[in-house]
Design a protein around this ligand. Sequence first.
Ligand SMILES: [Zn+2]
Length: 312
Amino acid sequence: MHLRLKMLLGVLVLIIAAMIMLPRMFSNEVEAPEEDPVAQEPVEEPEDQEFMDTYLFTTDYLNMRTGPGTEHEKIRTIPVGEKVHAIGYEDGWYLIEYNGQTGYSIGDYLSELLEEGEESPDSPEIEAPEETQEEDETGVTMKKIDGILLVNKTYGLPSDYYPDVDPEAKDKVDEMIRAARDEINMEIIAFSGFRSYNYQKKLYNSSVETDGEEYAQRYSAKPGHSEHQTGLAFDLGGQMKYWLEPEFADTEEGIWLAENAHRFGFILRYPEGKEHITGYAYEPWHFRYVGEDHARSIYEEKLTLEEYLLGE
Ligand SMILES: [Zn+2]
C-alpha cells in the first residue's frame, strides 16, 4: 500500500511538474517568432508623429467620434463645407478640432479644398458695392442700414463677397454657449456658420433636387441670398436632437436661446408666423448677430429684421 501510494505521489509530482514546465517550454517557442513582427512595427509609428496639422473641409455630413473607428461613440455631426482643424491621422481617420470639440472623423469626407473652382466660370464678376444700396447689372443688391447688413430674398450679396466668419460674432456665440452651460447646464453647438456663395449654390441645388423648387425656396436660400454668407449667422443645436427641425424650439436649449440670444447680440431671424415678412419658414435654430442694442430692441418689440430696418 505504501509503495503504491509513493508511486502514485511520484506520478502526481511528475504530472504537476510537467504541467508547469511544458507550457513554459511551449510558450517560449511560440513567443519567440511573434517578437519579430512586433519589433518591426515601431518603424511605421513615426508616420503618425510626422503628421503636420492642417485645415480640411467636410464634403458631406460627417460624424465626429471618440475614437478612430465607427464602433466609437458619436460626439456630434459636422455639416457639409465646414472647415476643421486636422491635428492627427491614423488608419484613414483624422483627429480633428471643430468648434471647440476634438474627436475622430473618417478621411473619406474631408478634403483639402472647398470645391469652389467648378462654379467660377459662369459666375459673373461683381464688385462689392461700398454704398448702402447699389444694384448692378446682374441684379445683386447689397443693403446696409444703420450698419446692419440686410440679406433676404430681395437683397443679396455678390458671389465674391467672402468675409468668412465675423470674429466679433464668433466671440459672442462662444460667450452664449458658455452662458448656456452655466445657466441651464446644456451644451449648445454652433454647427453651421459662414457659408460661401458657391457652397450655398451647392446646398440650394441639392435641396431642389431632393425636395423640389417650392420646398427649397421655403427652407434654403438661393446663392447670394443666404444670411450665412454674411459671416454673422449661425445655426445652433443641442446635443444631437432636433437639428434643423422645428421641434428644436421646444427643447430646453431652444427655449433658452429664444429668450436669451439678444443678451449676446443675436436675434432669432426667422420667427414663427412671420414667413410672409422674412420669406422663410420658422427656423428656431438660425440666429443672426446684430449687436446687443439692436438685438434687445428687436427682441423686446417682437420684430423681424425687415420690420426693424425697413419699418414695414
Ligand atoms: Zn441658418
